[in-house]
Design a protein around this ligand. Structure first.
Ligand SMILES: NC(=O)c1ccc[n+]([C@@H]2O[C@H](COP(=O)([O-])OP(=O)(O)OC[C@H]3O[C@@H](n4cnc5c(N)ncnc54)[C@H](OP(=O)(O)O)[C@@H]3O)[C@@H](O)[C@H]2O)c1
Length: 319
């Protein structure tokens, strides 16, 4: 495992992180804890969750029900200081008008709820889940700064922000002496490279840490889906994950086959290959893996320090 600083902060994080969006949703508590334990055993120190993660994600009206945070809270007992605990705020937690967003009202309420579910006094990295164009950034940033001052939060980060939104936020923080976002969490993988246009260069230039979610395209880059109708039993797609359908395109099935050939040449499976690709991209601090089985974590750990040659990077770029 490779550890590096999270953006311009002094905090060291592992280049693999554990994503827990499926805990309490598709993965029961016992299985979740096995995955969690395996992650800590292989040296992962960054755990990513959100108040939103839980069964409510699959309801007709999407809202957070907090099961993932609850499971982590119980699993963390006695070893809280071993992990960098990251959670998020901003997505709907109910149906009322103030049950979502990045207002002072909502953040102040939700941070207390997250702390309670996580059974901790502090959150290491508190991330805003997505940009809220209804709330002034000054309000959000001054609220987050007050949480840092109170010791409830150590660092702040953003997620799903465009580069201009991170730049605007950090400019406002400079102007008013507020906390800065040390990291940005975004989707990035071999089949989804839009981030390279603006966010990656911004993060490199301004030393903002990049936490990558869906590094395996929600499982599409494991090679388990070979065509539109091939949905293996027990897979995320079979469990009803809707967003994976965005990857089910003829072009992507073809590219997955091409990547598989190169993976075989290097004696790794496609999941490992896809993950190694993302770890070799500039700006990437950590890839948040959504393991649904303990062996997904150990598979990932095996390639976490595989440094690619320029030749291999160029070859994959033109596939
Ligand atoms: N900020 C945001 O808006 C946002 C959005 C999405 C996710 N996230 C975060 O990012 C985390 C990861 O996202 P993700 O779950 O989409 O990531 P992912 O790593 O791209 O996908 C995970 C899926 O890939 C498959 N997989 C992983 N390793 C494998 C292996 N070795 N062999 C075979 N299959 C393997 C599994 O599918 P099966 O379960 O089908 O076996 C697993 O469920 C989430 O848990 C969450 O913490 C954040």
């Amino acid at each position: 495992m490779i550890y590096s600083k999270l953006g311009f902060s002094g905090l060291h994080v592992s280049n693999l992180s554990l994503g827990t969006m499926a805990f309490g949703r598709w993965i029961d508590e016992k299985a979740s804890v096995q995955i969690f334990d395996t992650a800590l055993d292989v040296g992962i120190n960054l755990i990513d969750t959100a108040n939103f993660y839980g069964k409510g994600q699959d309801e007709q009206f999407l809202y957070g029900t907090g099961e993932s945070e609850e499971i982590i809270g119980r699993a963390l007992k006695g070893r809280r200081d071993k992990v960098v605990l990251a959670t998020k705020v901003g997505l709907p937690m109910g149906k009322d008008i103030n049950d979502a967003g990045l207002s002072k009202f909502h953040i102040m309420r939700e941070v207390e709820n997250s702390l309670q579910r996580l059974q901790t006094d502090y959150i290491d990295l508190y991330q805003v889940h997505r940009f809220d164009d209804q709330t002034p950034l000054e309000e959000t940033l001054s609220t987050l700064t007050s949480l840092v001052n109170q010791g409830k939060v150590r660092y702040i980060g953003c997620s799903n922000y465009a580069a201009w939104q991170i730049a605007k936020a950090n400019g406002i923080s400079n102007l008013h002496g507020l906390e800065h976002f040390v990291s940005s969490q975004s989707q990035y993988n071999l089949l989804s490279r839009e981030l390279e246009e603006e966010v990656v260069p911004y993060c490199v230039s301004e030393k903002v840490g990049l936490l990558v979610y869906s590094p395996m395209a929600r499982g599409m880059l494991s090679g388990k889906y070979t065509s539109h109708n091939d949905v293996p039993e027990g897979s995320r797609a079979a469990r009803g994950e809707k967003l994976i359908q965005n990857y089910f395109k003829d072009e992507n099935f073809g590219r997955v086959e091409a990547y598989k050939q190169v993976a075989v040449e290097h004696d790794v499976n496609l999941s490992q290959f896809s993950l190694a690709w993302i770890l070799n991209q500039p700006a990437v601090t950590s890839a948040i893996i959504g393991a649904s089985k303990p062996h997904h974590v150990t598979d990932a750990a095996q390639i976490s320090d595989w440094i690619w040659s320029d030749e291999l990077k160029q070859r994959v770029n033109i596939l």
